[in-house]
Write a protein that binds this ligand. Structure first.
Ligand code: HAM
Length: 422
């Protein structure tokens, strides 16, 4: 009797990847990896299960409420990671005496968040993480953004299809400090302001009141969010502001990297994670149809928060869910990498040995070969071949007696002779 509680669907929000989905996924993963290596980032990896204490934070971030937590059989409080950054901080803190800073590391991490399911949000996703740890200079931010832009080009997304919105939390912190708001209140204020557009301004005001702000300061915070240019920012913070100078420096470097056309200043980009301390950024499709393609920023205090030495850091997280939708929307889906497999089939059992010998030889030469396991009629063989391979060899009795078969390019339909007995 079958168990009626077993469904053929994965648990809600979790994902299966059939081979046709893997073609997409590999295209994205390959672009991430290639861009990381081109810019000199080293790969790393870590456990998917973390201690809950490392991941839990008290700042009221959405991500803290979304953690898949459980106890193991010994009563340890564990969790599936919702993001990679705390793990990276833990790994760096564990070896801070040995590492040669700055380090440039990348990984593609499977992450889990118990999210309300909306377009572009799943409960399981893969996230490319690109981080530079141990570097204060804004050149680290520029290098991260240029690498992300390179990955997007490698995926075939045109430059005009997306924009990277950049802000600096330190700017807001400077303004808040001028207004007499204590440092320890800043994180809660940032998280409240990050909710703009998602909840009403009245609800944000009440969150800010809870964070300890008086009405005049709340009014000022909203006034700041109406600013659209760096010149207007200079009027508020003064032209000697370091946070403003850092932003200008980033825009200057972006022009040298050839990505300035895609960078925009947006004071509304604050980010929903409490650990960011400086420049923050989020990339969106130009039409603004989808959620963020990637997001990140500078987090200079995270290592000390978990007990490490003070260490500046900057990085980004770039998920696989939104980008796949964006690639399809912007027509970058067409040039999906074709399979490079050669498929070999045969008409009747008498040709099996010749087919097996040919497959073995081609595989030894380094070719990817899919060998039919039983005889097939030509029609069935070629139907399967054109759906899954780049070239095909179909062996009949005449080919075996002449010792020569034909290798057919399934795109161009051009045939070349291929010897069977070498
Ligand atoms: P985040 O903004 O929470 O940042 O996530 C980064 C990216 O991961 C998002 O822009 C999106 O592409 C993807 N993502 C997040 N949650 C989901 C989800 N439920 N479903 C699909 N995609 C999702 C971070 O996680 C930071 N730790 C990034 C970072 C690295 N900052 C510095 N270094």
């Amino acid at each position: 009797m079958s168990d009626p509680t077993i469904s053929f669907e994965p648990p809600r929000g979790m994902r299966d990847f059939y081979p046709e989905d893997m073609a997409w996924r590999n295209r994205v993963f390959d672009a991430w990896r290639a861009a990381s290596l081109r810019t000199g980032f080293a790969p790393y990896d870590a456990c998917v299960v973390e201690s809950l204490a490392l991941l839990e934070r008290k700042a009221g971030e959405e991500v803290s409420d979304q953690i898949y937590a459980f106890e193991d059989k010994s009563g340890r409080k564990l969790a599936l990671r919702p993001e990679m950054t705390p793990t990276l901080a833990r790994m760096v803190a564990a070896r801070q005496g040995q590492l040669q800073f700055p380090i440039k590391w990348f990984t593609t991490a499977q992450c889990f968040r118990y999210e309300r399911m909306t377009r572009g949000r799943k409960r399981e996703h893969y996230q490319w993480n690109l981080d530079i740890v141990g570097e204060e200079a804004i050149s680290a931010e520029a290098e991260i953004l240029a690498t992300a832009a390179d990955a997007l080009s490698a995926m075939g997304l045109p430059n005009n299809a997306y924009r990277i919105r950049v802000n600096n939390r330190a700017l807001l912190a400077e303004v808040l400090a001028k207004l007499g708001v204590a440092d320890h209140q800043h994180a809660a204020i940032f998280l409240a302001l990050d909710k703009r557009g998602k909840i009403s301004d009245a609800e944000i005001s009440s969150l800010l009141t809870t964070a300890g702000l008086d009405n005049a300061t709340i009014a000022k915070a909203f006034e700041i969010l109406a600013v659209t240019s760096l010149d207007q920012v200079a009027d508020i913070v003064g032209s000697d502001s370091t946070a403003l100078a850092d932003l200008k420096e980033l825009f200057h470097l972006a022009s040298l990297y050839g990505i300035a056309d895609r960078l925009l200043f947006d004071i509304g980009v604050i980010r929903g994670l409490a650990y960011y301390t400086g420049i923050v950024f989020e990339a969106f499709d130009t039409a603004g149809k989808f959620r963020a393609i990637f997001g990140g920023g500078r987090y200079d205090s995270l290592l000390t928060t978990i007990g490490g030495n003070p260490t500046p850091a900057v990085g980004l997280g770039f998920g696989d869910v939104v980008i796949m939708e964006v690639l399809k929307e912007y027509g970058a889906a067409e040039n999906i990498i074709a399979s490079d497999t050669t498929i070999i089939g045969y008409m009747s059992p008498e040709q099996r040995d010749a087919a097996t010998t040919l497959a073995t030889r081609l595989r030894r030469e380094g070719r990817n070969v899919n060998l039919a396991l039983t005889p097939q009629k030509p029609k069935a063989f070629f139907a399967r071949a054109s759906a899954s391979a780049a070239s095909a060899v179909y062996i009949g009795p005449d080919d075996v007696s002449s010792g020569v078969a034909r290798l057919k390019d399934l795109q161009t339909r051009v045939e070349t002779e291929i010897p069977l007995n070498t």
